[in-house]
Design a protein around this ligand. Structure first.
Ligand code: PDD
Length: 285
């Protein structure tokens, strides 16, 4: 069955799903996006993703192209037309198509909306989580507004490629003070020797991950001690466990950072239990 994409009001075969060359997303990265997990044909945490989308749009002053309810209909219709069971839904809104000029286009310019989905292999991701992944660190050279989920991801792209070339699956950005901010497409966590889970406060130069918010709830329900504070790379090297969270990974154990093994170099029980319980707490609709 061929893939179908939603592009500005039409459901099109994936191969024919195009936006104009003067789309401001293409020319200026002038747009925002969301990625939602799809599980057994249903959206995971749609409400929170749409709330964050609304905030991202407001921060860069793009008017929502439709209501959250209408967006929900488009998202579900895209899932339905692709008969997607497990995978990811990608949604992007840009400031629309206009003659290239840095300042905002005329107010009548319609934002562009694209929704695509793709299947993913849940068993494969679970196998990866059972082994754990390596990460490397990278200087955080991004702009200050990384709390907005913009499509301007060049520093993330370059850091991720560098990670790949060094045999790792993710890069963790590190600020000028040696503190980990977040991954190129994930939030970063450690478990201290005392058993507390530590993650940077979402107010400090990072994206407020939806998976992160749910994992904080799961951790609280499990009775874990939670410290929302920054942690350094040095502290991560000495941690009992490390892991990352994202809609694409859920909870992914990190077993090596910059070539240093974390504890015994195997996924730990805290990350395993958080991963196991995640979908019992997420909103699945
Ligand atoms: N990225 N930090 C960054 C920089 C991200 O790009 C993401 C997600 C996260 C985790 O957020 P969430 O838990 O809401 O997925 C943190 C998506 C998945 C992506 O770009 O593919």
């Amino acid at each position: 069955m061929s893939r179908i994409a939603y592009v500005n009001g039409r459901y099109l075969p994936h191969a024919l799903a195009m936006v104009h060359v003067e789309d401001r997303g293409y020319q200026f990265a002038d747009g925002v996006y969301e990625v939602c997990e799809v599980r057994e044909g249903r959206l995971v945490d749609e409400r929170r993703h749409l709330e964050r989308l609304k905030r991202s749009l407001a921060e860069i002053r793009i008017a929502p192209p439709m209501s959250p309810a209408a967006l929900g209909v488009v998202m579900r219709e895209t899932l339905r037309r692709n008969r997607l069971r497990d995978g990811l839904l990608y949604l992007q809104i840009t400031r629309g198509v206009a003659r290239r000029e840095h300042a905002f286009p005329p107010s009548a310019t319609k934002p562009s909306l694209v929704v695509t989905v793709r299947a993913s292999d849940r068993a494969k991701l679970d196998t990866l989580a059972a082994t754990g992944i390596a990460v490397v660190t990278a200087k955080d050279n991004r702009w200050e507004r990384v709390d907005i989920k913009t499509v301007g991801l060049l520093p993330n792209v370059l850091a991720r490629q560098n990670a790949r070339e060094r045999g790792a699956r993710e890069a963790w950005f590190v600020d000028a003070g040696g503190l980990v901010t977040e991954g190129t497409s994930s939030n970063a966590w450690i478990v201290t020797q005392a058993g507390a889970i530590v993650t940077r406060p979402a107010t400090l130069g990072m994206l407020k991950g939806i998976t992160r918010a749910v994992v904080l709830e799961v951790a609280a329900r499990q009775g874990l001690s939670i410290e929302e504070r920054p942690f350094s790379v040095a502290e991560a090297f000495k941690a009992r466990e490390a892991f990352l969270t994202a809609a694409t990974q859920i909870v992914m154990p990190v077993i090596e950072i910059d070539g240093h093994k974390i504890a015994d170099g195997r996924p730990g029980p805290v990350a395993r239990a958080l991963r196991r319980d995640f979908h019992r707490h997420a909103e699945i609709s």
